[in-house]
Write a protein that binds this ligand. Structure first.
Ligand code: NAD
Ligand code: UDP
Length: 343
């Protein structure tokens, strides 16, 4: 007889920033974890320490290709997808296929194993929102032919696949809409705002603000997000609706840059760069649904989460110094398309 409290859990994208923290938490909960990742936007070092763990297995695989797993699976988390705008725009067709074909493949696997399924969707499904804060019943304002469409529309299609699989009785599918999340193990070169500002400050380089810095985001620390993901996967019954997870405290990008300047001893100053096309002007989650269904709310305030993240980056950069351009790790896509850092 299998111990039903110990689950066999597959985490696609488990070597990534959020995925590796999720693998840690699931192993700490006494589960077996199978991490599936192509290492497109992550470093194997995120899960290197876990390879010593008897209950951890790592499979290098692109979810755009079908996947068979012989051992039984109870749950599948799908976090596999580049999340940073420069990374997901580097090979937009592969990004779209990761969300559509990749999610389709994992849903098939879930149906075969009768495993519950959690899809990591995104606040980007709301696009440049006209409703503020964003509630789950808002249908969004997305440019379906713009440079962010490969990510936004791919994630929207993946949500549709999940809800069709649920409605047809094939898969116990759950969908989380994740708002901007930060913390240790973000790639120093992935171009997102928190990693860019901290790395720039630690290197005494100018902090890049795109546009005038009046656009807003709401930043969630990774441990809060992981707690919410696990709650949503396990809540019974499945409410059958998407759930926002994020920290509702909203900051302008200029305020965030000022916080980083105040927290890192640095000679950096601020420079302004052009605002990327279709950059959302504001974003803040309405988390009343998560609160009601999961009894969830974030606990880590931005200043505290930033302090942990700054400490981690300062150790990481000291161990593996990389220069802004020459030392960047190249994804397969970037071999064909060179991107300026965070452009
Ligand atoms: P990340 O880039 O660190 O992690 C993504 C992981 O997926 C990486 O390990 C990458 O190598 C892997 N991957 C990408 N494409 C793959 C493919 N085709 N096959 C197999 N593996 C593949 O990003 P993250 O911030 O950890 O995001 C994790 C998930 O959460 C993503 O699905 C992202 O869309 C979603 N999300 C994250 C945020 C955030 O702020 N961090 C916000 C909204 C949504
Ligand atoms: N941004 C910025 N400087 C940077 C990186 C990002 O001003 O070096 C801005 C970006 O234009 C956006 C916000 O910060 O308005 C958040 O960007 P990020 O890429 O982290 O996430 P997303 O746009 O997907 O929310």
């Amino acid at each position: 007889m299998r111990d039903r409290t110990r689950k066999n859990i597959l985490v696609a994208g488990g070597a990534g920033f959020v995925g590796s923290h999720l693998c840690d938490a699931l192993l700490a909960g006494g589960n077996r974890v199978i991490c599936v990742d192509s290492f497109l936007t992550s470093s194997p070092s995120n899960v290197l320490p876990l390879q010593e763990h008897a209950d951890f297995a790592l499979i290098e695989h692109d979810i755009c290709d079908e996947l068979d797993i012989a051992e039984p699976l109870d749950q599948i988390y799908n976090l596999a997808c580049p999340a940073s705008p420069p990374f997901y725009q580097a090979d937009p067709i592969h990004t779209m296929m990761t969300s559509v074909a990749g999610t389709g493949n994992l849903l098939k696997l879930a149906a075969h194993h009768r495993a519950s399924f959690l899809q990591a969707s995104t606040s980007e499904v709301y696009g440049d929102p006209e409703m503020h804060p964003q509630r789950e019943d808002y249908w969004g304002h997305v440019n379906c032919i713009g440079p962010r469409a490969c990510y936004d529309e791919g994630k929207r299609a993946a949500e549709a696949l999940c809800f069709d699989s649920l409605r047809s009785g094939q898969v116990d599918a759950r969908v989380v809409r994740i708002f901007n999340t930060y913390g240790p193990r973000m790639q120093p070169n992935d171009g997102r705002i928190v990693s860019n500002l901290i790395v720039q400050a630690l290197r005494n380089e100018p902090l890049t603000i795109y546009g005038d810095g009046a656009q807003t985001r709401s930043f969630c620390y990774v441990s809060d997000l992981v707690d919410g993901l696990i709650r949503l996967m396990n809540v019974q019954p499945n409410a059958g609706v998407p759930v926002n997870l994020g920290n509702p405290s909203e900051f302008t990008i200029a305020e965030l840059a000022d916080m980083v300047l105040a927290m890192v001893p640095t000679r950096s100053t601020i420079v302004h760069r052009p605002l990327p096309e279709d950059d959302p002007q504001r974003r803040r989650p309405d988390i009343s649904r998560a609160n009601e269904l999961l009894r969830w709310e974030p606990k880590v305030p931005l200043a505290e989460g930033l302090a942990h993240t700054i400490t981690w980056f300062s150790h990481t950069l000291a161990e593996q110094p990389i220069t802004p351009h020459a030392g960047r790790r190249h994804t397969p896509a970037e071999d064909a398309t060179e991107l300026p850092l965070g452009a």
